[in-house]
Design a protein around this ligand. Structure first.
Ligand code: GLN
Length: 486
């Protein structure tokens, strides 16, 4: 048996029972990472020495009879979350040598719960992208087919979970970056409600959209991590003081009586046929398990993409102003201050990041602000209200995650619009601030994984986790591993 295939739940049971130590487990993971990372490039930084020290400390705590939810469990962290003493690049060359002196709250809470940090995973620069091709540290390869992308922007985290390089990983989701790579890599991707998890210490992209989520092997594991990191944090005024429920109680294996809405706008031309077929079959499975399925309509879905691509770049252009060569990371000295700014940003930022800064600056500039940014915010409110109305009639919404399975590396990278369309089914959730999960629901003709997306009301992660867990108990899509492919 290899310890690398274990879920968090199994790892905790084994550690508690003394079947293996955290040091043994961590050594196995590190060995596997060193073997596969040269091919997959899922990690930007491997935390060899410190991870073993953390594992050693966890073993000592276990020996003393301590029992915390992640004690001794090896986890990977998307490299856009600040980690004390561990380099944090955001996938950008502008932060190549940046080592934070503090932990993001989500990371601090995992640390306090006993997690072992294996390293920092690759991502599209500043989380802008859908394929992890925009990274300043090379492309991540999909473990199911190395000629294909893992999705993005949390592609490193999704590939690491799929390739058994960690028990679970943190990701971030601004427009789909947890759910879409989870779908393309055949793992669970939980995007939490906006405000559920503190964003303190997350290097900001679109502050009104960013959320921290979990890439995991089972819904239960995702729930364990959410329970640890969720809840109010005085350091983030947008984190909400709502109790984090005991998801284990909610995950009772039943969807009997649950009302599932199926929005017609998510079943459109242009979606890969086997994606639609697998997602429809997944919904039928929920019906057979006792859920009631109902067609619904979310007409504003069609404007979500343009709304998102006004709001996200606008916020990004403001958030990225801090990378000026003075306060953080790279500095390319110029003749004067302005020249230093432009040389530093010119050398440090990649093409997609510059594109977003230009789009955002334009949308926020005098004379255009009302026409673009304010208009987009108004339409966003309509999208949110549309979801609220839908959730009066249904408990969860089921849809595809991504219109396609994993695409070839290089296929969309020169065509931003095609790349942006990869998130057409995930962006509305972020605009509305609700929660969503991606669950493996089949394979395409080429054997690549497909994800079923379940969306829930704000702060009702319990409902989508319950449905995802019940679905996974009845199906075996998740049992096929990336490594099983010939
Ligand atoms: N692909 C989308 C974008 O580039 C979403 C990214 C994300 O969720 N971080 O903005």
């Amino acid at each position: 048996m290899t310890l690398c295939t274990l879920t968090i739940q199994q790892a905790r049971e084994g550690l508690r029972a003394g079947q293996f130590s955290s040091v043994e487990m961590t050594r196995e993971f590190l060995a596997r990472i060193h073997e596969l990372n040269p091919v997959l490039n899922a990690f930007i930084t491997i935390n060899d020495v410190e991870a073993l020290a953390q594992a050693q400390a966890a073993d000592e705590r276990i020996a003393r009879g301590e029992d915390t939810p992640l004690l001794g469990v090896p986890i990977a962290i998307k490299d856009v979350l600040s980690t004390r003493g561990l380099r944090t690049t955001a996938g950008s060359r502008i932060l190549e040598n940046y080592t934070p002196t503090w932990d993001a709250t989500s990371v601090a809470r995992l640390r306090a719960a006993g997690a072992v940090f294996l390293g920092k995973t690759n991502l599209d620069e500043f989380a802008m992208g859908s394929s992890t091709e925009n990274s300043g540290y090379g492309v991540t390869h999909n473990p199911w087919d190395q000629t294909r992308v893992p999705g993005g922007s949390s592609g490193g985290s999704a590939a690491a979970v799929a390739a058994d390089l960690c028990c679970a990983a943190l990701g971030t989701d601004t427009g789909g970056s947890v759910r879409q790579p989870a779908a393309l890599c055949g793992v669970i991707g939980l995007k939490n409600t906006y405000g559920r998890v503190s964003r303190y210490g997350l290097i900001a992209y679109g502050s009104s959209l960013d959320s921290i989520g979990v890439l995991a092997k089972t819904p239960r594991d995702a729930a364990i991590v959410l329970s640890v990191m969720g809840g109010r944090d005085p350091l983030d005024s947008t984190s909400v003081d709502t109790p984090v429920p005991d998801f284990a109680v909610a995950m009772n294996g039943s969807v009997a009586g649950m009302r599932v809405g199926v929005p017609s706008e998510y079943f459109i031309e242009g979606t890969q046929a086997d994606v639609t077929t697998a997602v429809r079959a997944g919904i039928e499975q929920l019906r057979q398990m006792g859920a009631t399925v109902k067609e619904i309509s979310l007409p504003n879905t069609r404007v979500a993409l343009p709304v998102y691509y006004l709001i996200a770049p606008a916020e990004a252009s403001a958030n990225l102003a801090r990378f000026d060569g003075v306060r953080y990371g790279l500095r390319v000295p110029g003749e004067d201050l302005i020249d230093t700014y432009s040389r530093t940003r010119g050398a440090g930022f990649g093409a997609e990041v510059k594109r977003r800064i230009m789009l955002g600056t334009y949308a926020l500039s005098a004379g255009y602000y009302d026409a673009y940014y304010i208009r987009a915010q108004k339409v966003r409110t309509l999208i949110k209200q549309e979801f609220e109305r839908a959730f009066e009639e249904v408990d969860i919404i089921a849809a595809p995650v991504s219109p396609t399975t994993a695409f070839k590396i290089g296929e969309k990278v020169d065509d931003p619009i095609q790349m942006y369309l990869a998130d057409v089914f995930t962006l509305p959730c972020n605009l509305a601030g609700i929660c969503g999960i991606s669950v493996p629901c089949g394979f395409d003709a080429a054997g690549l994984p497909i994800g079923l997306q379940l969306l829930g009301r704000a702060f009702d992660e319990a409902a989508i986790l319950r449905a995802a867990d019940a679905y996974q108990r009845e199906t075996s899509w998740h049992k096929k591993r990336a490594g099983d492919r010939a």
